[in-house]
Design a protein around this ligand. Structure first.
Ligand code: SF4
Ligand code: SF4
Length: 958
């Protein structure tokens, strides 16, 4: 037990644990000591001296760093202390820019220095001290202003950038009065390695780092704005944030990270600056029906028509697109051309559009039966919307053809986890990394795809956790890793089998855990016996020596977690890859304790929740099997209907079925854009064109909407209440920030209106009612309700949400399988489906960028995100580029057996020889025109991470 200290602060006695600072102890007894450099989120440094207090010693002590001592008597506000603080404040404000010239100094409400100056009655305008530091300003970042004159060198931004986000961008340059904060080597902020996370802006106690206004909304003082607590809509990290809304303009002024046990007030560039898309003038605001003259049906804009119009080329990035300078490669808009597409639709009333949707879907159902109807839900929508949507397709049309983008991200991980541990969710949180000695991060690029989670990984490493990074691309995480294994793509099974081979050989396995909690170990050991490090090295490209070393480091850890991403799951061997990771943790006893576990980092903000809520063809909510009669009967009773006992089709199977006689004929597309997000666009184009009826419910005119018969204008997450479940199993409330534009409506209401029109007796009046119905059917969510979720949300399972944050570590006693054991499933390495050859000698890997999200419909309409990352690029190793006569910034043509795209070359040392990477956000260079639609036989996930391509120059058309 730690020792306690009793001290007196301004006459109040307090007992605190040894090591408690005077500042913290004072806070506990309600005494606020003024600070500038200190903030509880950062390690104290005591540089500003504003917090000095009188402890009776020879000199005053900085309260933020000085620990309490037994018997210490502290005075925090003597006349002498206050005089010192006033003088210090006056010295600092003398160097500040004049307030009148810099209104932003008072706008974000966090200008602690000016608040102190006002309190002490000192000002630059009245001081007799020499004024101004002349250190200049920097406006090079699209959304952050730097005013060096306002900087007091408190180092809060340095600690925010380095210690919290782990970005290590800010330091200091210069000497004496010319000292200023510096980005990298004193580069302009916009040209530095800054990733615009805005953590430094949130940290700055003066007007030195401030948000620029986005969308011409002037940033007004915080106290004049309306604060709405919500959740970030982008990735599965699910950061908590607060929107500051200017009600006089009905617009968001700025966003800030909010404290929550997971994200702890952190945000990345998307969460902090990527919300303005919701105010885009391109929002759909009225229901649309395809004009009779625009049949026979098909895609409407020239580039989406593609095959037959452009000889398989998605779009010519030339002409308008081949500009010079920073706009080089940028196609105007980069999105659906509204002027080209909208004339093919006419405006309709809601009643007319909904009647038509209900009539057509019922007609198709009447002719083709249950199998003729399918729905794609959205992992961007709330749990309540996902639940209602799957209920509509199941109860209304008797069809289990209901799926969503989980099929494209972690379906294979979920399949392997279900088989192995009886649950598709993570066994521990991303924050549990602090309790690990060693973590493996594999097939994942978290600094881009899960940026706030990656900040915890980087922070843990600074505190001693070892990081083993395994990925074909030498992403930024590799620079933070203790061991980096650059595996060849598609060789994970060989690599991990060799790691397990070595662990068994060295005896670094947990025999007790295996005996008590694992089944099929012998079979696994037999399989991995064939994977010596030497043999695996020939397959995966990592040396046998490195494999041995990494195995030893992992095996010797007391507590280890494996975090993985879509580099593991998006393969035709995705399930096998995940099986290996489950086996690796199981045989080393690394499940069920703090700092141990299995964590597939979920992609979308609500892919966990949408899966939990039953947007999956083989499961009702909470992964209750469609094929299990008792389960079906329970749902039939609850929903008052008869349900289909047959498992439905997955995303990829539905697309395939639409091309088959007697297959899917009518589809309801809620917030998905498969034209760009699914593999092999030419096939998607044919499938969407072949449908008899397609209704698209979305916030923008997407590429998929070009194929629609009816388009329903929906709500962004800012315009509705609902819950979202993040990668950690944290269920959080998103709250309404503003109303939907025009006639657009919230999604659950639209789904309910269609349900009522097809004869379902639904009468939900608010999302919380839907949530309560869900929870009653979902044992994992038991006890949760809108009231007890609170501001931070709650992890499930949770026995007492009123008093507990929920379960961090799962499986501490047994797994969720029928027998409570982890079921090991050995895997043999199999090569990817389409190997490079003489005609297509390179391997294409696809994925996301930090600044963009999926098909770009949101992020490309965000000022900040589009400004930072405006163009499509193919990332190539310099040697591969040089061999093809390509230089950085030149146009290249990338072709596969399925299509051709043109885009700029980005020469990157992060790429392996013979490999390239293309993000899939850019319609003008759609990566999925190149990918193959081969799928994993178990998880049915496509092989987004491996197909054969060739890259060649297109000549100088600039
Ligand atoms: S915005 Fe983020 S990365 Fe950039 S300097 Fe500030 S803290 Fe560092
Ligand atoms: S890390 Fe993910 S959830 Fe957090 S702010 Fe960024 S995109 Fe949003």
């Amino acid at each position: 037990m730690s020792r306690t200290i009793t001290a007196t602060i301004d006459g109040q006695s307090t007992t605190v644990p040894e090591g408690t600072t005077i500042y913290d102890a004072a806070k506990q007894v309600g005494v606020d000591i003024p600070v500038l450099c200190h903030n509880e989120r950062y390690d104290p440094v005591g540089v500003c001296r504003m917090c000095v207090v009188d402890t009776g010693g020879r000199v005053f002590a900085a309260a933020c760093v000085r620990p309490c001592e037994d018997g210490m008597e502290v005075k925090t506000a003597t006349p002498e202390l206050e005089r010192n603080r006033a003088t210090l404040t006056e010295l600092l404000v003398a160097d500040q820019p004049p307030r009148a010239e810099d209104p932003k100094q008072t706008t974000t409400g966090d200008n602690l220095l000016l608040a102190l100056a006002d309190g002490y009655g000192v000002a630059r305008e009245t001081t007799e001290l020499p004024c101004g530091s002349g250190r200049g300003a920097d406006s090079s970042n699209p959304v952050i202003d730097v005013n060096h004159d306002a900087c007091i060198l408190c180092d809060r931004c340095v600690r925010a950038c380095d210690d919290i986000q782990g970005n290590d961008v800010i330091g200091r340059s210069g000497k004496g009065n010319s000292t200023r904060i510096a980005f990298d080597f004193n580069d302009p902020m916009g040209a530095s390695s800054c990733v615009t996370c805005g953590e430094c802006v949130q940290a700055c106690p003066t007007g030195a780092l401030t948000n620029k206004s986005i969308g011409l909304i002037p940033i007004r003082p915080r106290e004049e704005l309306d604060a709405v607590d919500s959740v970030c809509p982008y990735c599965g990290v699910g950061c908590a944030l607060t929107y500051y809304v200017d009600r006089s303009r009905d617009a968001i002024a700025f966003a800030e990270g909010r404290d929550q046990p997971g994200s702890q007030s952190r945000l990345c560039v998307k969460g902090r600056y990527g919300w303005d898309y919701a105010a885009s003038p391109q929002r759909l605001t009225v229901p649309l029906i395809r004009r009779d003259t625009s049949y026979p049906k098909g895609p409407l804009s020239a580039d989406v028509r593609g095959d037959g119009q452009n000889n398989g080329k998605q779009v010519d990035a030339g002409g308008e697109g081949r500009k010079k300078g920073k706009d080089r490669g940028r196609k105007p808009g980069g999105l659906v051309d509204y002027a080209e597409v909208l004339p093919h639709f006419r405006e309709a009333t809601w009643d007319e559009a909904l009647d038509l949707v209900a009539r057509k879907l019922l007609e198709i159902h009447g002719i083709g039966g249950q199998g003729a109807i399918a729905g794609f839900g959205s992992a961007k929508c709330s749990n309540e919307e996902a639940y209602l949507f799957q209920k509509l397709i199941r109860a209304g049309f008797g069809s289990n053809n209901i799926d969503h983008c989980t099929r494209l991200c972690h379906a294979s991980s979920v399949a392997a986890l279900f088989e192995g541990v009886g649950s598709g969710a993570v066994s521990t949180t991303y924050g549990d990394v602090v309790n690990s000695d060693v973590v493996i991060i594999t097939g994942s690029n978290p600094t881009s795809n899960h940026p706030v989670a990656s900040s915890f990984f980087k922070q843990a490493r600074r505190r001693g956790t070892k990081i083993i990074y395994v990925d074909p691309r030498a992403n930024a995480v590799a620079e933070h890793a203790d061991y980096y294994c650059q595996v060849k793509p598609g060789t994970d099974v060989a690599f991990y089998n060799a790691i397990m081979h070595e662990l068994i050989r060295l005896g670094l396995i947990d025999l007790e855990f295996i005996a008590a909690r694992v089944s099929n170990y012998e079979e696994l050991a037999h399989t991995v016996a064939d994977y010596s490090p030497e043999r695996a090295a020939q397959i995966c490209g990592v040396s046998a020596e490195d494999i041995r070393e990494v195995a030893k480091v992992f095996g010797e850890a007391d507590a280890a977690i494996v975090y993985w991403g879509m580099g593991i799951s998006q393969h035709t061997t995705g399930t096998d890859n995940a099986r290996c990771l489950i086996a690796l943790c199981s045989i080393t006893g690394n499940v069920g304790r703090p700092g141990t576990g299995l964590h597939p980092l979920r992609g979308q903000n609500n892919v966990q929740g949408a899966s939990d809520a039953g947007l999956i063809p083989m499961f009702y909510p909470d992964y209750q099997r469609v094929a299990a009669e008792a389960t079906r009967l329970r749902f039939e009773q609850s929903w008052g209907t008869t349900l289909n006992p047959d498992v439905g089709l997955t995303v990829t199977e539905i697309i395939h079925s639409a091309l088959e006689p007697g297959g899917v004929r009518g589809m309801y597309m809620l917030g998905e854009n498969p034209f760009l997000s699914d593999p092999n666009i030419n096939k998607i184009r044919k499938a969407l064109s072949a449908l008899d009826f397609l209704v698209v419910q979305d916030i923008f005119l997407t590429e998929t909407a070009e194929f629609a018969d009816v388009i329903l204008p929906a709500s962004s997450y800012l315009e509705k209440d609902g819950t979202y479940t993040n990668t950690d199993r944290r269920v959080q409330l998103g709250r309404t920030v503003m109303d939907p534009p025009g006639q657009a409506r919230v999604d659950w209401e639209i789904v309910q209106d269609i349900a009522q029109r097809i004869g379902l007796d639904w009468s939900y009046t608010r999302p919380s009612e839907i949530f309560d119905e869900m929870v009653a059917l979902m044992p994992s969510y038991e006890n949760l309700n809108y009231e007890n979720l609170g501001l931070s949300g709650k992890l499930y399972p949770n026995e007492d949400p009123a008093n507990s944050d929920g379960t961090v570590v799962m499986f501490n006693e047994q797994f969720n399988t029928d027998d409570g054991l982890a079921h090991l499933v050995p895997a043999q390495w199999l090569p990817p489906r389409e190997l490079p050859d003489a005609e297509y000698p390179m391997v294409l890997n696809t994925g996301r960028l930090l600044e963009h999200w999926h098909t770009g419909s949101m992020t490309r309409r965000s000022f900040a995100l589009d400004a930072i990352s405006p163009v499509a690029e193919v990332y190539m190793n310099p040697k591969d580029a040089a061999e093809r006569g390509l230089a950085h910034g030149e146009f290249a043509r990338v072709r596969s057996r399925r299509g051709t795209i043109e885009l700029l070359v980005r020469v990157s040392h992060r790429e392996q020889l013979g490999n390239c990477f293309i993000p899939f956000h850019f319609r003008e260079a759609a990566a999925n025109l190149l990918t193959i639609d081969a799928i994993d036989p178990v998880g049915k996930i496509p092989e987004f991470k491996f197909c054969a391509v060739e890259i060649e120059p297109v000549g100088d058309k600039s």
